[in-house]
Every structure is written in structure tokens, then in C-alpha cells.
Design a binder for this molecule. Structure first.
Ligand code: FES
Ligand code: FES
Length: 163
């Protein structure tokens, strides 16, 4: 076992310190060390998007980021998306549109969609489909997910968050 490295980072607005091996992925540390199990391990090779988090404003596959790269970073995981005790409009619209079945892919989709709406508050359907091309779902067929994201973007709640 190699020597552990100390990492200081910010996750969902809280300063966090952890020890990790240099070979460990951010996903592994999130799930196994920090017990933030919302990010899921699907493929572990950058293909499914189930592990997505926002790091320094960029959407990343946490399975492809080394945990040591989190030093000094600002990270948002699915656990940090809700607004206190209220669901984020994306979470609410996923429920209303029944945009999930088994739910394994859902945290990744919601984090990805949040990253999209942070950059582009008024996306077209094409924008949403292109942006979410890196997220795979084996259950829903995607249409409900796309509708949920478009509906969230148009919602008054989203307006309130932006203002
Ligand atoms: S688990 Fe990271 S992209 Fe699939
Ligand atoms: S809801 Fe099952 S993989 Fe997407």
C-alpha cells in the first residue's frame, strides 16, 4: 500500500479533509471515505456519467479524476444540489415527469443538467440532448429526462434561484 496523501477540498460548500492513496479516484473517496454515495459507479471508465460531479465549475466524471486532484477544489455532488430542505427544481421535475426508474443514473443526470443550466439557463431540446449525451440510462428511454430538464429550466423556481 502506498503512502497516503492528505487532501483539503470543499465539497457542497463545506471544507473537507481526507487521506487517500495517490491511485484512488475521486469517486472512490467520495463513496468509500466520505460516505457521499450519491455519485454512482457505473462503468468506472468515463462512459456512463453516473459518477458526475461539478468540480471548479466544470462537469467531470469523478471516476476519471484522481482524489489528489481535489486539493483546493470546489466540488458539488448530488448531495449538494437540494436547496436546504427543498428539492432543486431539477429534482422536482424528475419526480413530476417520472424521469427515473431504477434510479442508478439519476444523480449523474441531475448533476449534469445542473451544470448545463448553470451555463445555459434557456437550453433548446437539442442543447439538452447534446449535453446529456455523456449520461447513459438503461431504463427510461431519455425522453422523460429531457422533458424534465426543459421544464425545470422554464420553471418559476429556477427563475428565483437565478435572481
Ligand atoms: S462511473 Fe464514471 S463515467 Fe461511468
Ligand atoms: S433509471 Fe435505470 S439506468 Fe436510468
Amino acid at each position: 500500500m502506498s503512502k497516503k496523501v492528505q487532501v483539503q477540498t470543499t465539497i457542497n460548500g463545506e471544507e473537507v479533509e481526507f487521506l487517500c492513496e495517490p491511485r484512488q479516484s475521486l469517486l472512490e473517496v467520495l463513496r468509500e471515505t466520505l460516505l457521499l454515495t450519491g455519485a454512482k459507479e457505473g462503468c468506472n471508465n468515463g462512459n456512463c456519467g453516473a459518477c458526475n460531479v461539478i468540480m471548479n465549475g466544470r462537469l467531470v466524471n469523478s471516476c476519471l479524476v484522481l482524489a489528489v486532484e481535489a486539493e483546493g477544489a470546489e466540488i458539488t455532488t448530488i448531495e449538494g444540489i437540494a436547496l436546504g430542505d427543498r428539492l432543486h427544481p431539477l429534482q422536482q421535475k424528475f419526480l413530476e415527469h417520472a424521469a427515473l426508474q431504477c434510479g442508478i443514473c439519476t444523480p449523474g443526470f441531475i448533476v449534469s443538467a445542473k451544470a448545463l443550466l448553470d451555463k445555459n439557463p434557456d437550453p433548446t431540446e437539442h442543447d439538452v440532448r447534446m449535453w446529456l449525451a455523456g449520461n447513459l440510462c438503461r431504463c427510461t428511454g431519455y425522453d422523460k429526462i429531457v422533458r424534465a430538464v426543459l421544464d425545470a429550466a422554464d420553471s418559476p423556481e429556477m427563475e428565483m434561484i437565478r435572481s
